[in-house]
Every structure is written in structure tokens, then in C-alpha cells.
Ligand binder design. Sequence first.
Ligand SMILES: [Mg+2]
Length: 207
Amino acid sequence: MAVRTVFFDVGETLIDEERYWRDVAAAAGVGPHIVWAALGKTIERGEEHWQLWRHLGIERPASAWEGIVYSVDDFYPDALDCLRALRSRGLLVGLAGNQSAALEGWARSADLPVDLVSGSASLGVRKPDPAFFSALVEVSGTPVAEIAYVGDRVDNDVLPALAAGVVAIHIRRGPWGFLQATPSGVEVIDSLGELPGVLDRLASGSS
Ligand SMILES: [Mg+2]
């Protein structure tokens, strides 16, 4: 089955969040390695990442959610080229992460090579809720089996996408990408440069 629409998670799929975590750590008055250690604890426990502040006994800085806005410099080097490549093939391309309204606003204003910005703020539901993926089917107007979702997290991206009937593609980068094992049978890539080839292979029906 050929994929006609590709939705991307944002953090650690398209955006390298290292700067974000450094800024948040600075706002909290601790070194980034301390925040990263606590982040690893939340991943190991299957918790939401903001639980890391509880582990550290530090109040979460206000800038850690509503205040955060990425810059185009934060994209992984392969990200924008991949978005452009998919659009040049005539695919519908969307951003769909758990994002604040501020971040969605930035994505819409940044002249990114995407057709849709449909994150949790505008959809009114967050991953891993299955309703998030049903909403993506709705906004894209694409049959569910012809939608691919690319994400770094197995718990928030891969498993709920599969459960919704979406083609899940796991990108192995960032903290979750390295620590969460790809379920068997799921397409896995190490960079977005590999994505067009994976979509070609899926369309041809070969494994
Ligand atoms: Mg992510």
C-alpha cells in the first residue's frame, strides 16, 4: 500500500532538543547533565518527561513548556531536506507532535515545507491517546492505511500509531529513540534520509 500522507512527530524526530534541554536546565539553575539523568529515569519508568522535576525536587521552569519556541537552527540536518523531498513526490506532509499552542504558532509562521501543522494543541488531544491519531486521519482526509507516522518514541508514537492502523516508522535518535526498543516488524530508520527509500519499499510491497 502506497503511503500518501506522512505525519512527523517534532521533538527528536525533526528537532534536535539538545539546545532546548540546555536552556531549560539553565533556567532551573542546574547543569544539563543533571536534567538529562533525571530524564533517563522518567524514560525507564515510562513516565511523562516533566516528572523529571519531581525526581530532582526542583520546580519546573515556566519556560519548559509554554515558553519554548524552536528555531530553524534546531532542526536535525536531514529534517528539512526530507520534508521537501516528500512534498516533491506529491505526498501530503504534516507536523503532528505533542506541542504547545506557542510552538504550533511558530511552526505555522516559520515557512516550513509542510502542508499541515496538526499538533496536540490544535487537535485538543495528546499522544498516546488513540483519538490523536483518529484526528490526524480526519484532518488529512487520507485513508488510515495510507498514512505514515514517524516518531522517536515507541510508547507515544509507534505503538499508538500501529493501534490506530497507521504505518508506524521508528526513528532511532534522541534519548527515547536509543532507550526504547523498536517492536518487531516495525520499520526503523536512523536518519530521515532513509525515509524516502522505506516509503518506496512499502509501496512496492517488498520487505
Ligand atoms: Mg519525539
